[in-house]
Design a protein around this ligand. Structure first.
Ligand SMILES: NC(=O)c1ccc[n+]([C@@H]2O[C@H](COP(=O)([O-])OP(=O)(O)OC[C@H]3O[C@@H](n4cnc5c(N)ncnc54)[C@H](OP(=O)(O)O)[C@@H]3O)[C@@H](O)[C@H]2O)c1
Length: 254
């Protein structure tokens, strides 16, 4: 695949993200607190998370190890960021989440696998086969894009992990119910974990400064802003005395 083909596919993929973004305000993705049997065959929640996220980790690992340009520049730093995130999401997060009997529709698992395969392939292929070698040279490491992007990526990852930790810690082993999370960014927004993930991939896109990375940041935004709204509405409907002052996902804004 040459660069213009990859660019065309990525632009189509970005357009699909815009459509999905609008649709997701009307269709609630049925996993986690929104899980529903109406979407067909269900599988164990933990197994579902593992299957959904593993392809992203494995595909990027493949391109890092076998790509022709992965180690000809500092592009490997971008691979490392991606792999770090997906190592947690594929191997650690599914083990840590509580409510072991919970299920999610197989349809969600297949959709997420498709989403992860496309994103990881576009990003991995670009970084390992198409990126000009001098794009990620030593001057890149001291550029404003790299420094601010890396700071955003690290900050976003910290927020995402800390918020996920607080949520996971709300349940004792065997509990399945929902409580009002307190402290950290939960005092001002409903979903700091999703907010952190958006910041993380926006930082990655700034660091990487290429179309596939921008596309992934756009997709993350398109998936997570409507999901945060679904969480926010659900919280107000199901959690007694849920604080009115909390925003959906962006502190003081939305
Ligand atoms: N890149 C992407 O496009 C994308 C898409 C989706 C998710 N993600 C990431 O995947 C992670 C999970 O997303 P999510 O939307 O499933 O997160 P979530 O609904 O906030 O749930 C996170 C975990 O905390 C539990 N939990 C949430 N609120 C709780 C409460 N009030 N009381 C007790 N337990 C609570 C959930 O249990 P239950 O599962 O039982 O509700 C789940 O195990 C996040 O870090 C998110 O950023 C990324």
């Amino acid at each position: 695949m040459d660069i213009s083909t990859l660019r065309m596919i990525t632009l189509v993929w970005i357009n699909i993200a815009v459509i999905v973004f609008i649709m997701m305000f009307y269709i609630t993705a049925p996993f986690g607190r929104h899980s529903s049997k109406k979407w067909g065959t269900m599988i164990n929640n933990k197994l579902g998370w593992f299957i959904m996220e593993l392809p992203s980790f494995l595909i990027m690992l493949y391109f890092l190890c076998f790509g022709s340009r992965s180690f000809q520049s500092y592009a490997w730093i971008l691979f490392a960021c991606w792999l770090l995130h997906y190592f947690n999401r594929s191997f650690i997060y599914p083990v840590r989440i509580k409510a072991t009997q919970k299920k999610m529709p197989l349809f969600i698992v297949f959709s997420a696998v498709f989403f992860n395969v496309v994103n990881a392939t576009l990003n991995g292929y670009y970084l390992s086969e198409l990126a000009p070698v001098n794009k990620y040279d030593s001057a890149w490491l001291t550029s404003i894009k790299f420094i601010i992007g890396a700071l955003l990526f690290i900050t976003g990852m910290f927020i995402n992990l800390r918020a996920d930790n607080i949520l996971i810690g709300l349940r004792k082993s065997g509990e399945t119910g929902y409580k009002i999370p307190k402290g950290f960014l939960f005092e001002c927004i409903a979903s700091p974990n999703l907010f952190g993930e958006i910041i993380e991939w926006a930082g990655f896109a700034l660091m990487a400064w290429n179309l596939p990375a921008a596309s992934f940041a756009i997709w993350t935004f398109a998936n997570l802003v409507p999901r945060a709204k679904n969480h926010y509405d659900w919280n107000h409907q199901h959690l007694q005395d849920y604080p009115q002052k909390r925003k959906v996902i962006f502190p003081f804004i939305y």
